[in-house]
Ligand binder design. Structure first.
Ligand code: 6PG
Length: 246
């Protein structure tokens, strides 16, 4: 049964996501002395980040034990308005004491393939491949076209089965992205989609309750092998879902 958690609005959803971050961080640090988390880009995470950067949530996280990564990045420098790194730095990282060496930026300022290869090396150095180790928590968004991370419909990275991180050209955006791959995200212990807004309702219905079609709906690729997947959605995004199936 899919774990779909519905909230009245985007603010309530963000609050629940902040509580999930705090709880998962606490459990991970208690169990292994660190918490590895991949942040999502886009606009939805902004409210979540602001909650984590302020009390009461800020004081509930052992920030020096947190290791921050990204799910994807645009091929732009870190100071560019479109940079996911810049958004996270402004809304969260500049307000919490995570050691710089534990903030792992995807280098959107480098040649995309070079950046992807370098990030993959960082991931291999962080996670035990043989043990199938992955992130403690991955936050994901979903576009109204069914993409997640930078796995857009019809793009090469959707079919990637071996790599952990790749450069992916997105024709419809006429731009390159750097993105984690679905197989690597599926090694995570916890994955949480954050989906808010009426614009997402039709696609969320297709992704969760329609036929499997990962080329058209790459968000359907996300299915943690041994971990837990939760969909945190607001009522507006959940409006088209068949209630009986929830
Ligand atoms: C990005 C994101 C992307 C995002 C979705 C949803 O770089 O844009 O990683 O996958 O999560 O596009 O974005 P919103 O939260 O802005 O709707």
């Amino acid at each position: 049964m899919t774990d779909i958690r519905r909230y009245p609005d985007a603010d309530a959803l963000a609050d629940a996501a902040a509580a999930l971050f705090v709880q998962t961080a606490s459990d991970s640090i208690a169990a292994q002395g660190r918490f590895t988390v991949a942040l999502s880009g886009g606009s939805t995470p902004r409210t979540l980040h602001a909650l984590l950067a302020a009390e009461p949530y800020r004081g509930r996280v052992a920030w020096p034990k947190v290791h921050v990564f990204w799910g994807d990045e645009r091929a732009v420098p870190p100071e560019h308005p479109d940079s996911n790194y810049r958004m996270a730095r402004e809304t969260l990282l500049d307000h919490v004491p995570i050691p710089e060496a534990q903030v792992h930026r995807m280098h959107g300022d480098l040649e995309p393939q070079v950046a992807a290869d370098a990030y993959e090396a960082t991931l291999r150095a962080t996670f035990d491949e043989a043990a199938g180790d992955g992130f403690d928590l991955v936050f994901l968004g979903m576009g109204d076209d069914g993409h997640t991370l930078s796995l857009f419909p019809g793009t090469a990275a959707v079919g990637e089965t071996r790599r952990l991180c790749v450069a992916n050209h997105v024709d419809k955006l006429a731009s390159w992205r750097i993105t984690l791959t679905a197989p690597f995200v599926n090694r995570a212990k916890n994955v949480a989609f954050l989906v808010a807004g009426a614009k997402k309702a039709a696609t969320l219905k297709r992704v969760l309750q329609g036929p499997r079609d990962v080329e058209a709906l790459p968000a359907q690729l996300i299915a943690p092998v041994g971990g837990h997947l939760a969909w945190l959605v607001d009522e507006a995004a959940a409006a088209d879902l068949d209630r009986q199936a929830l």
